[in-house]
Design a protein around this ligand. Structure first.
Ligand code: PRP
Ligand code: URA
Length: 206
């Protein structure tokens, strides 16, 4: 399943991120804010379990989340989405996957992986602003699956049709959430219109 979260606030913030005149500070802030807005929709189907709490007027039968949420940002750019989502789900744990894309071959290379325990019982959200060829997201999803994850969502800001199709084919069990589905990839594997190199824009490395 793919969901594109059309919301005026998301579109407005994404427009600012697309603009070349937006510098590192505002790029990072908009990314953080969009991730927070997306979290509300992404978590809509989280399951609840019954619980009884003691209130000022006595015991009350109500509900609480029945699964732990684990955020898995793909380094580096995915890190820019973590704080915005933690604002909404402060109890979430955070794993990390390091994957970079070779600029010549466009193939993903893994360099780091560290996760909290019991991924098999958690709702795992894999985070990356960019879904281009889909190679990096595919590698990250493979890694969390090998560590036992069963319920996985892929959360990206901007996706290219090529990357969406690749993930749908490779991981039909993973739901994809985007803030925008863009037009295509260019000859260098960059999303058009896209955001440019998200990692470099977040961290000011170019
Ligand atoms: C970017 C982006 C994704 C990947 C998308 O990361 O953040 O991880 O490229 O491309 P793909 O879908 O074709 O794999 P990059 O490799 O530039 O690393 P960085 O985050 O460290 O800059
Ligand atoms: N990685 C990025 O940061 N941007 C793209 O458009 C494609 C890959």
């Amino acid at each position: 399943m793919i969901t594109v979260l059309n919301h005026p606030l998301i579109t407005h913030k994404l427009t600012q991120m697309r603009s070349l005149s937006t510098g590192t500070k505002d790029f990072r802030q908009n990314l953080d804010e969009i991730a927070g807005l997306m979290a509300y929709e992404i978590t809509r189907d989280l399951k609840l379990e019954p619980v009884t709490v003691n209130t000022h007027s006595g015991p009350y039968d109500t509900f609480q989340l029945n699964k732990e949420v684990v955020l898995v940002p793909i380094l580096r750019a995915g890190l820019g989405m973590v704080e915005g989502i933690l604002d909404l789900i402060p109890t979430a744990k955070v794993g990390h996957v390091g994957v970079y894309r070779d600029e010549e071959t466009l193939l993903p290379h893994e360099y780091f992986a560290k996760f909290p325990d019991k991924l098999e019982q958690a709702e795992v959200l894999v985070l990356d602003p960019m879904l281009a060829t889909g190679g990096s997201a595919d590698a990250a999803i493979e890694i969390v699956k090998k560590r036992g994850a069963k319920t996985i969502k892929l959360v990206c800001l901007v996706g290219a049709p090529e990357g969406v199709e690749f993930i749908k084919e490779r991981h039909p069990d993973v739901d994809i959430f985007l803030a925008a589905l863009d037009e295509k990839l260019n000859e260098h594997g960059y999303i058009v219109p896209g955001l440019g190199d998200a990692g470099d824009r977040i961290y000011g490395t170019k």
